[in-house]
Design a protein around this ligand. Sequence first.
Ligand SMILES: Cc1cc2nc3c(=O)[nH]c(=O)nc-3n(C[C@H](O)[C@H](O)[C@H](O)COP(=O)(O)OP(=O)(O)OC[C@H]3O[C@@H](n4cnc5c(N)ncnc54)[C@H](O)[C@@H]3O)c2cc1C
Length: 290
Amino acid sequence: MASTDRCETTAEGPFATPLGDFGHAWVSFNESEPNWPDIQLLMVSSGLPQEGILAAVAIGLDQRKYHQYFAGLAGRQTMTMMPYLARPKSRGAIYLRSKRPLDRQVIDPKYLSHPDDIAAFLKGIGLAMNISRTSPFVKNLGTRFHARPLDDCKDRALGSREYWVCYIQHMASTFYHFAGSCKMGPATDPKSVVDEELKVRGVYGVRVIDASVMPTVVSANLMASTIMIAEKAADKIKEKLANQARSADYVLYNWLDSQSVDDLFEENLAELQVEVSQFVQEYPTENYSR
Ligand SMILES: Cc1cc2nc3c(=O)[nH]c(=O)nc-3n(C[C@H](O)[C@H](O)[C@H](O)COP(=O)(O)OP(=O)(O)OC[C@H]3O[C@@H](n4cnc5c(N)ncnc54)[C@H](O)[C@@H]3O)c2cc1C
């Protein structure tokens, strides 16, 4: 209550941020894996009616559904609880559209193609509904559920399992956490594309270092993990280059050390050239750019 009052009187505090403050809860419904959440429950101190049609478009919500469902809430104070799948089982696919390399590929995310994803969403919605009925929300904030049925689902009893399945199919959207199109894995896995050093198998000199190498999507927003992958890969590459440079220095140093000063002058220039060219063959420059 203090926060809402503060927002109304001074336009400050957690409820006063333009696009809402975010709170996240990670929840596992599986007792045998309590530390691997099924749902990321996002709580936002504003609702799509405040954020406007652009926010709805940004998350891929159909404009007709947006206007129908949120009609009447414009200008009202709202807040949002959104369950997100933290370990989705549906798997998308990327296809070549044609043999022409400049044609855009076909990306089919196949959202909700695995029935367990709908089941997890239903549990997430149940969790959000339960939280919304607790006294901090009902008594302190005075919130109530927006009980307007979605037009596309109004043939089903509001709040029933069938209603929510229909709602999910119409209103679920992306969180833009695309990953795993180029996964890292052992050579024995025919679907893995890159090895443990993120080198593309069968292609010389190419690494992939981004969210696409994740074998499974992490149970959180992806940015931090993607940066971690990039940092780790950069460290590995630098370490390898430093080792190569050290061993190259060592070989060259020993060879120079074994020569007398006179030998290094012009009469032995031809020999020096031979030695250097052998050295270069042994340590080809392409090794340094991998
Ligand atoms: C709208 C939106 C909101 C998000 N919000 C969050 C958030 O709040 N928190 C969070 O953790 N994550 C968030 N994410 C997810 C996060 O941004 C991504 O998971 C992360 O950026 C993935 O990093 P990446 O390096 O794999 O790909 P990208 O960051 O997409 O980088 C790919 C790069 O490759 C470049 N590129 C593409 N094609 C070519 C080409 N042919 N030649 C050369 N360069 C090319 C692109 O220009 C781009 O710079 C959000 C994503 C979106 C889209």
